[in-house]
Design a protein around this ligand. Sequence first.
Ligand SMILES: [Zn+2]
Ligand SMILES: [Zn+2]
Length: 318
Amino acid sequence: MSQSNLLITTSIILALWAVIIILWERMAPYRKGLPLFREGFWVDLVWYTIIQSFVMKIVIFDYIILPIQHHFDWSQWQGISRWPLWLQVSFFFVTHDLYIYLFHRFQHSNKYFWRIHEAHHSGKEVDFLSGSRSHVLEILINQTVEFGPIILLGASPEVVPIKALIDSMYGMFIHANINVRMGKWKYIFNSPELHLWHHANYREVFHANFATKLSVWDYLFGTVYFPESKPGNDNEHWGLYYDYPKDYFLQHAFSLKRFEEKALLKYKWFRKYYNLRPAILQYISGKRKRTFGKSMFLKRKGETAEIVADTASEASGS
Ligand SMILES: [Zn+2]
Ligand SMILES: [Zn+2]
């Protein structure tokens, strides 16, 4: 399969997977009453999933990995491309998963690196899209470490899109608001029943359940938290225990300097910026309302015309 066909195929699989997960969340919710368009949905979709991912893909591949590849001779390592594709994918899957476990655990214990991880924990309503919310520097580090070795060690070109597809599918799965029981598989593979606890606002779990895809690391290193109960339905049981900005840029600014989002409203320029998004949303919904109102009026006008016509025909005796 050519590289472009592979990209189309992985994109279609990912879109279908998103539909399946959304339906699954409706049919078997872990936490009841969570709407699809929950708080922060548009920030996660537009800023984190679409814009940030697109920009970071260019930065990581074209401005970090490619220049490194041009400067160093890695040819002695190129033997990896002779491995079967499944072995290459499995090798990078396991090694990167161990790295991400260790780095994630480190981020929870280091106050500076926590600043680039707290965004991921900031959502009070966790669902399939919540995995996309990661600080731009966290993405830069993790994806460079993930895709750099694949390219520099000369793996087959198929490995990158396959690995990226697995990441996205698995990221959606572990954050999805679905009630799944993994049985004995939970000792190997991570799932919402373990990872949703990692997003809960409880002290007991703040240093637990660090796994991304393989929960085996948590079991091996003794960092599993898996009680019989669930975190609870209220927003106070989820996310961070302190206030966190809702805006994408303010979330990044907050990692550099602590501030109170509402306190900035005393500045005129900030009020203008802060009110821009609700104003746009209000304009769109207002326009929709106006269109809806207009169609209702036309419908009523049509009904009136029909009644008038009926009355007229009755009066004429036809
Ligand atoms: Zn975490
Ligand atoms: Zn997460």
